[in-house]
Design a binder for this molecule. Sequence first.
Ligand SMILES: [Ca+2]
Ligand SMILES: [Ca+2]
Length: 127
Amino acid sequence: MVRRTVAVLASALLLVLATGGTASAASKNGKCESGELCVYRLANYTGGLLDFVGDDANYTNGDVFHGTTYTLDNRATSVVNNDPARCVTLYQDISHAKPMITIGPRSAVSNLRLLDNLASSHKWTAC
Ligand SMILES: [Ca+2]
Ligand SMILES: [Ca+2]
């Protein structure tokens, strides 16, 4: 019975992953969908997020973390690259200056540590 439940859950998860790959992801809707970079204010993917399908060259443009009043610039602490194929680079300054870290497809960093509260832009790249 337990084994069967696990199998059902695994099937449901596969379904979610399979359908998540469509082009329906929407930036800044508070959902970390497939194909997005998701930036979180606090460690371990908490404290509100901002989700991006595309590049953002300037975090000082007034975006706030979903469900909060905190602005994005210099507040990123954890990040998820939820794209199946692309890499994404975070930059310390706006206009993609001073690259900090590149995160591979379907990879995540639960705490940027020394790079905490620095990111000011990001750009998708081939990898
Ligand atoms: Ca989204
Ligand atoms: Ca910065």
